[in-house]
Design a protein. Sequence first.
Lengths: 204, 250
Amino acid sequence: MAQSLDRLKESPSQTAGPYVHIGLTPNFCGIGGVYKNDLGSVMVNEQAKGERIELRIRVLDGTGTPLKDALVEIWQADASGLYNSPTELRGAADPNFQGWGRQPTDMETGVCVFKTIKPGRVPFRDGRLMAPHITLWIVARGINVGLHTRLYFSDEEKANAEDPILARVEHRVRVPTLIAGRQGDTYVFDVHLQGEKETVFFDS
Amino acid sequence: MAEPGSNRTPETGAFFQRDRQWHPPAFTPNYKSSVLRSPQKALLSFDNTLSELTGPVFGHAMLGELDNDLIHNFAKPGESAIGERIIVHGRVLDERGKGVPGVLLEFWQANAGGRYRHKKDGYLAPLDPNFGGCGRTITGEDGSYAFRTVRPGPYPWPNGPNDWRPAHIHFSVFGHGFAQRLITQMYFEGDPLIWRCPIVGGIRDKAAVEALIAALDMQSTIPMDALAYKFDIVLRGRRSTLFENRPEGN
């Protein structure tokens, strides 16, 4: 026997279940008066710097049916590529932009909408720039461990082509699963939980 | 940037790899909802970049006075929720055993009869007009937290013909990096339904299930008022950056 490493194990994940709204977006599901607003529902104020964009995201199951009980969170850099986080050591991010948002998928259409700004480029570990991207975290009934992926932008072809994470996707036919298409100021992004078009999910 | 005036140098090391054998797998067919909602292809693994190492911060200023009191935060003035009054408390630690301060914890649950205040819950147990079912708090310097609620009831759910959820409280947890993001459930010591639950049963290791069972803590009760349960939550730890190679200029 060697010495004990004395480490703990991460708490195992459990599904957020069908009633995740009660805890994370209570006003959305009719529980008013406990919190003033649902946390993360508004990401941008008038002072925030950067190009205003809208994300329209759906999460689809293995039959192609949109989930109407999912919850999506996003985390992103500001317009200059800085994160509003204590662990961001490269400089001060835009104080008017927290960079984090949370939206439930609509109970009828399955669409969730984020109004945000287009993020700047953030360096990879070796200093190369990653393409502009937004981190997604998805939970719902039937999802045992929250799913982590990224949304990249279709109009950033050159940056996408040199992105070190996209470069790691072995089966190149799957790269488009990570790229949102632009329609005006809106980016449309479908997350496929399984099937032929299954989104590339991350373990990082 | 670190908060002005803070003496704490933020840690920036990558997080320990998540042990996917310890977590439930995506596909757990006895929990039917997972069948069509589970990715089947291999996950793309990579060491954390800044996008995973960083995360949002939530300050104590956002909290309302009753946010950590589910007995009163939805109740009419002078009234309170019905049920077994309990205090849930514990610490948020990382895998190195360090307390994690400033963690936003959000929790939600059914009422004492096992009914959720949600239009999709049609269980015949009644709603409690004084119980909403949500609360939140932020951990202190040593990672500690506490809130007051009523013990949720178990309830039947449409999975197998006669499946029941053990009494549980859902927890959403924000660490310091987005890679630590976690949602889990707390169960209650001694509940025989834990070991019959298809959702719990997705976890393969008995020790991992036990890590989600809160212990009755008689030393933290309030006599003639509330029982207490202790529930510690563990987030991914960070690697030390002492000997890491860094490119010039970083």
